[in-house]
Design a protein around this ligand. Structure first.
Ligand SMILES: NC(=O)C1=CN([C@@H]2O[C@H](COP(=O)(O)OP(=O)(O)OC[C@H]3O[C@@H](n4cnc5c(N)ncnc54)[C@H](OP(=O)(O)O)[C@@H]3O)[C@@H](O)[C@H]2O)C=CC1
Ligand SMILES: O=C(O)C1=N[C@H](C(=O)O)C[C@H](O)C1
Length: 266
């Protein structure tokens, strides 16, 4: 599989190169950065501080995707929207790990996703995807007297909140309750907020240090609290999941898939 990695200079981009190298049958054929980035025109291996690889880093998505089989993209919402168009135009499977999309951006992505093979997930780990199933089940079993709060913790560099994972977990909880997340989501409390609205699903974000990613789904009920948790201890976890998704995506019919499809636990 000829793989293109977007955002290769980023935290996840670097992890993705290592994960692709470790995977069988995966060839990093091209590496993308923002046009005008310092790395453009440099050898990928050298840019990463290692040996020459014979892959020249580029900012030109069209050229990079020319003869590719898959694009893995952990970048930023505006970049991912542009890459999605280019990947669809060229029939290159698109694995999207980027988070932080607003509602309009999601609508734009969804409109295009039917035309191409796209795997999109706010979290590529087995554990979190399994957790979404458990959250759905627990939310369905516990009544509205259990308040649902999602607490996520990430490193100080993270730019979006709530995390993509927290949103996935919130959606799973809402599905379990049979409600639309948009109707019950409470994403920020400050000042005199008044008492908690019954049935809301609350989100809280903590940012600090080098926390890879921690998520708690708290079901706070009368006299007892149930907490479902996941902690990522190494972000190579997400990169391995993304490479697995790109391999899985080969020869699939066009459409939008998620990691439950890839992992076969949907
Ligand atoms: N789904 C999952 O499992 C996971 C998802 N993520 C998500 O992946 C994304 C990236 O995370 P992380 O690697 O930590 O972030 P970084 O900021 O370290 O990397 C982002 C990369 O994308 C590039 N980029 C940003 N904007 C553009 C643009 N407009 N055009 C081209 N390139 C661009 C950056 O380049 P430059 O430096 O030039 O801005 C950088 O190389 C985030 O949305 C994060 O939430 C992260 C981990 C797991
Ligand atoms: O930005 C990160 O680092 C992460 N982002 C994803 C998210 O928004 O949930 C996944 C993971 O938690 C790490």
């Amino acid at each position: 599989m000829k793989l293109v990695i977007a955002g290769v200079s980023g935290r996840m981009g670097r992890m993705l190169v290592a994960a692709a190298d470790a995977a069988e049958g995966v060839d990093v054929a091209a590496a993308l950065v923002r046009p005008g980035h310092d790395w453009v025109g440099h050898d990928l291996g050298r840019a990463l501080g290692g040996a020459e690889r014979g892959v020249i880093v580029t900012g030109d998505a069209g050229a990079a995707l020319g003869s590719a089989d898959a694009l893995i993209d952990f970048t930023a919402p505006d970049a991912t929207l542009a890459y999605a168009q280019e990947a669809a135009r060229r029939g290159v499977a698109h694995v999207i790990g980027t988070t932080g999309f607003d509602a309009d951006q999601i609508a734009t992505l969804e409109a295009g996703e039917a035309r191409n093979v796209t795997v999109r997930a706010g979290n590529m780990s087995l554990g979190v995807n399994l957790l979404t199933q458990l959250v759905r089940q627990v939310a369905a079993a516990l009544g509205e007297e259990f308040d649902i709060e999602i607490v996520e913790r990430h490193h100080r560099h993270k730019v979006d909140a709530p995390s993509g994972t927290a949103l996935m977990l919130g959606e799973a909880a809402a599905e379990g309750r049979g409600v639309a997340i948009g109707d019950v989501s409470d994403r920020g409390r400050d000042g005199i907020t008044g008492p908690r609205r019954a049935g809301d699903i609350g989100f809280a974000a903590i940012r600090g240090g080098d926390i890879v990613g921690m998520h708690d789904v708290v079901f706070a009920g009368p006299g007892e609290i149930v907490t479902l948790s996941h902690m990522a201890t190494d972000r190579s976890l997400f990169a391995r999941g993304a490479v697995r998704a790109a391999l899985w995506a080969q020869d699939r019919p066009a459409g939008r898939y998620d990691m439950l499809d890839v992992l076969g636990i949907g």
